[in-house]
Ligand binder design. Structure first.
Ligand code: NAD
Ligand code: UDP
Ligand code: UDP
Length: 320
């Protein structure tokens, strides 16, 4: 019987956080979801309230919070470009001030602290695929910088609390992830394409569609994150699926799988959009004995089935 821990999941109502909460509740841990619901629906986690080992606190992590915990997962940050650019200053505050407060809590409680970093810290990479040793190529002045630089500063804070205060930190760099509970209006490519395919709107490819991404299914990713919390490595460790696709290929697969009549249209590529991205997961294989097992079509089927079951009008589009 594993030891029961009190675990806080900041950003626990989100796409990834809610799945982490579900897994930890199922393992019998005492789970506290902390979220301000900026980019998430309460319905992602309210079903867990029937469990005696789950609770929700509405709180914004830029403010201090005092709880007694054994582990902290810091997932709190808007993740999609449309969401994190809505209020870029708040995005930076969430990464930096949120990290300081939660690391402060980890220090006081002697809790283990996992930080959800991102492949975006590599920017528009000059090295392909990206190993953890690559230091990145981020435009500090562009519209994506609030997210990328916020996450880079948060990684620095993790390492300084580790060196100065012996906080046992774990850093994961998450690559593009998809699955049920993605926000249908988050503006990310998979949610856009599936929504457009269902509503018959044109499928919007930005640029010529030759840019690539490597998409990891949610449940594979969450398994890797929970393994990272349990391992003896500080990281950073990349977690993602190395199978790479062009955005045009993705559009064609989604049209085929949804049997949609939507046509593809081509529009301008956003500023600083990375041309290619693929994780090198050698370290995750070695230290976590982890690799993704869900193929794109298999994960897309589950995601498409989930989109079919939701009521789009219940979701708020990000305000431009
Ligand atoms: P999400 O937007 O669904 O989840 C983020 C959660 O954090 C939401 O519930 C949101 O309401 C909450 N939140 C935002 N600001 C907050 C604040 N100031 N105080 C409290 N709660 C706040 O996004 P996600 O895809 O689940 O991402 C979770 C984490 O993983 C994020 O930190 C993100 O940067 C990281 N990540 C995600 C991906 C991906 O592909 N999904 C890739 C790389 C990194
Ligand atoms: N903090 C928090 N919860 C805690 C402990 C600390 O929110 O349980 C906040 C605290 O308000 C402080 C920040 O975390 O601003 C950093 O804490 P730390 O102990 O590192 O710094 P200090 O209090 O010495 O400035
Ligand atoms: N993209 C696209 N059409 C869309 C949304 C996104 O062609 O409707 C492209 C986008 O320009 C990028 C890729 O798909 O090249 C992935 O975009 P997403 O926002 O999902 O993730 P990120 O750029 O953060 O990796």
């Amino acid at each position: 019987m594993p030891q029961i821990k009190r675990i806080m999941v900041a950003g626990g109502a989100g796409f990834l956080g809610s799945r982490i909460c579900e897994n930890l509740v199922e393992q019998g841990h005492d789970v506290i979801c902390v979220d301000n619901f900026f980019t998430s629906q309460k319905s992602n986690v309210t079903h867990l309230l029937t469990q005696p080992n789950f609770e929700i606190i509405r709180h914004d992590v830029i403010h201090p919070l005092y709880l007694e915990v054994d582990e902290i997962y810091n997932m709190a940050c808007p993740a999609a470009p449309g969401h994190y650019q809505y209020n870029p200053i708040k995005t930076m505050k969430t990464s930096v001030m949120g990290s300081i407060n939660l690391l402060g809590m980890a220090k006081r409680c002697k809790a283990r602290y996992l930080f959800a970093s991102t492949s975006e810290i590599y920017g528009d990479p000059e090295i392909h695929p990206q190993p953890e040793t690559y230091r990145g190529s981020v435009n500090t002045l562009g519209p994506r910088a609030c997210y990328d630089e916020g996450k880079r500063a948060a990684e620095t804070l993790c390492m300084d609390y580790y060196r100065m205060n012996k906080v046992p930190v774990r850093i994961v760099r998450i690559f593009n992830t998809y699955g049920p509970r993605m926000h249908p209006y988050d503006g990310r490519v998979i949610s856009n394409f599936i929504r457009q395919a269902f509503t018959g709107e044109p499928i919007t490819i930005y640029g010529d569609g030759s840019q690539t991404r490597s998409f990891c299914y949610r449940d594979d990713l969450v398994a890797g994150i929970i393994k990272m919390m349990g391992c003896d490595q500080v990281g950073p460790i990349n977690i993602g699926n190395p199978n790479e696709f062009t955005i045009k290929q993705l559009a064609e697969i989604v049209i085929e799988m949804t049997e949609s009549k939507s046509k593809i249209i081509y529009t301008d590529l956003p500023a600083d959009d990375p041309k290619q991205r693929q994780p090198d997961i050698t370290l995750a294989r070695k230290h976590l004995n982890w690799e993704p097992t869900t193929q794109l079509r298999e994960g897309l089927k589950k995601t498409i089935d989930w989109f079919r079951g939701i009521e789009l009008s219940h979701y708020r589009p990000p305000t431009p």
